[in-house]
Design a protein around this ligand. Structure first.
Ligand code: ASP
Length: 584
């Protein structure tokens, strides 16, 4: 027997019993007559005592144990004289009677501690050691619990978990596909699914009216902030539903998960249409934990001789409550911040409302005190408030001010990590115009249904059509998104046509789906949650990588196994592939 208990299990009530423990040496302290060893496994840490008087040989052996050695110890559970309240097993220790070395270990390249001395790259290279750390382990446990809770909840709601294939033909979710060559079909390739989108829709045609899957998705994107080339979704689809049914069902799931995992009772989810989100927050995923909504100052601030505003399509401002005392230096820093290429604003105008009749502004050359006072009233500023104003092209200004709004909230600690503010963003535009390609792209994906009342726009004003598409946003982070689908072959063809597919191309790529729609497709819709992101949100971490056992780095590499890697000539030959890699 390797163990009778785990290292996290024993308590004072076990005093006097004998036990066998196996685990890793966290550390050992040699106090001459006695050697103390902290033995660690997944469940916790137990203190072992080796006594010179008791058994000198064994004590000698214990003194030689290095960090991360794997040992097995049997002994008797004693009450500690020096109790450690920080440790669940801190009231007891095991006085060793027998020690067996199961495996030695090299000295690990970093300490296996909550606050390790290992840098990111090193920890990823030795991820199997990093995973021994408590803080990392807790995250994987949270992930596991979240998956189990999701399955249990959806099972109760009659959802069936059905697997869909990984070797498929491309699904258009807007990213590049990872492809896999087919040996048996030379010159042909599978694509790895960007999501199981078409399959889950086919399952609806097949009558499995409530489907879900916790599933890996693959997207060959440039790995901007916090993305992974393979990530996990809670992917769901329902038939005979309208948007309202989906929103309610998944509001229910989300609330349940926060309750189960975080013991947080979420409020009823707010709702906002896309147009409002853009107008008030300059983002389709606004963080609504704090206000600072945009105010339109275009009319108020134009016509006073300030050319920059006069020539702008929009002049937009935010009120930063109680910050009229911002110093020159702080304002300069903000100005520099908005001028950085990532934000790209030309400048920043401020108005400090320091009390009735006392208004200071960077543009008071152009505006009389009365006008500035009037602007403050208009924007709803109170004594002591700071107003920040940006101007230019409407979409760009909104985006920039949206970034500034978040920046101010960060500076002023308005984004309380203990508060969760869920929001459904609804009524997304159906299409997005791409000027470079001179064509429309689907904003969500090509299977998304227009709002019935907007279908008439498809003919001549497709760009104005709104979709039955929705995103779930929590604290400014997109947690999930989905849509009601098109289930009518003619409408689906029209969509492909608008997206610039010839009917041959549409047939070649999606013939199977359009054919399925001819055999009694029910009305249906669905949603997918970013599972990794949901984990990181619940765990209060900035990055999804923390919640993935074996993540990839920013260049899509697994530095532990060193992938991707070259393959043998022979393998290439079998796959009928000739490489044409230019020397870099
Ligand atoms: N397949 C979509 C996505 O991955 C989600 C959905 O529409 O259900 O974003």
């Amino acid at each position: 027997m390797h163990r009778s208990n785990t290292c996290g299990e024993l308590r004072i009530s076990d005093k006097g019993k004998t036990t066998i423990l196996s685990g890793w040496v966290q550390r050992s302290r040699d106090l001459g007559g006695m050697t103390f060893v902290d033995l660690r496994d997944r469940y916790g840490i137990t203190q072992l005592v080796f006594n010179m008087e008791h058994n000198a040989d064994m004590c000698e052996q214990a003194r030689k144990l290095g960090r991360e050695y794997v040992i097995k110890v049997s002994g008797v559970i004693h009450e500690r004289s020096n109790k450690n309240a920080k440790l669940a097993t801190g009231d007891i220790e095991v006085v060793a009677e027998k020690l067996e070395l199961l495996n030695a270990s090299k000295t690990p390249p970093f300490t296996i501690d909550d606050d390790t001395d290992g840098g990111d790259e090193l920890r990823m290279q030795y991820r199997y050691l990093d995973l021994r750390r408590n803080t990392v382990k807790e995250k994987l446990i949270l992930r596991h619990k979240l998956a189990i809770a999701t399955r249990a909840y959806l099972d109760k709601q009659e959802f069936l978990e059905i697997e869909t294939p990984y070797l498929i033909k491309s699904t258009p979710e807007g990213a590049r596909d990872f492809v896999v060559p087919s040996r048996m079909n030379p010159g042909e390739f599978y694509a790895l699914p960007q999501s199981p989108q078409t399959f889950k829709q086919l399952l609806m045609v097949s009558g499995y009216d409530r489907y879900f899957q916790i599933v890996r998705c693959f997207r060959d994107e440039d790995l901007r902030a916090d993305r992974q080339p393979e990530f996990t979704q809670i992917d769901c689809e329902m038939a005979f539903v309208e948007q309202e049914d989906i929103l309610n069902t998944f509001e229910g799931l989300t609330k349940h998960l926060f309750q189960e995992i975080r013991q947080v009772t979420l409020p009823t989810f707010a709702r906002m249409d896309y147009a409002t989100a853009m107008e008030k927050y300059g983002s389709d995923k606004p963080d609504i934990r704090f206000g600072m909504e945009f105010k339109d100052l275009t009319e108020k601030m134009q016509g006073h001789g300030f050319a920059i505003f006069d020539n702008a399509a929009s002049v937009l401002g935010i009120v930063v409550t109680g910050q009229a005392e911002y110093s020159r230096k702080q304002i300069d820093a903000l100005t520099e911040w908005v001028k950085r290429p990532q934000i790209g604003a030309k400048g920043l105008v401020y108005i400090k409302y320091q009390g009735e009749g006392i208004v200071k502004s960077s543009v008071d050359k152009f505006y009389s005190p009365e006008t500035l006072e009037d602007i403050c009233q208009h924007i709803g500023a109170k004594t002591g408030d700071l107003i920040l104003v940006l101007s230019g092209n409407t979409d760009t200004t909104r985006k920039q001010l949206g970034e500034l709004r978040l920046h101010m909230a960060r500076e002023l600690n308005l984004r309380n990590p203990e508060v969760f503010a869920p929001l459904w963003v609804v009524d997304f535009p159906l299409l997005e115009w791409n000027a470079d390609d001179n064509r429309f792209f689907a904003m969500h994906h090509p299977f998304t249904s227009p709002k019935p009342e907007d279908i008439h726009l498809l003919e001549n004003e497709a760009g104005k059509a709104r979709a039955n598409a929705y995103d779930l946003v929590i604290n400014g982070v997109e947690i999930g998104g989905g849509s009601i689908r098109i289930h009518d072959r003619a409408l689906q063809s029209q969509m492909f046509d608008i997206l610039g597919f010839t009917s041959e191309e549409a047939q070649a790529q999606f013939g199977f789906l359009m054919s399925a729609f001819e055999y009694g497709a029910p009305p249906h819709g669905g949603i997918a949650f970013g599972f990794d992101r949901l984990c990181s949100m619940m765990g209060g971490s900035e990055t999804i990588r923390d919640y993935i056992a074996f993540p990839k780095n920013n260049s899509g590499r697994d530095v532990m196994i060193d992938a991707p890697a070259k393959i043998d000539e022979k393998q290439l030959e079998e796959l009928s592939i000739k490489l044409n890699v230019k020397p870099s």
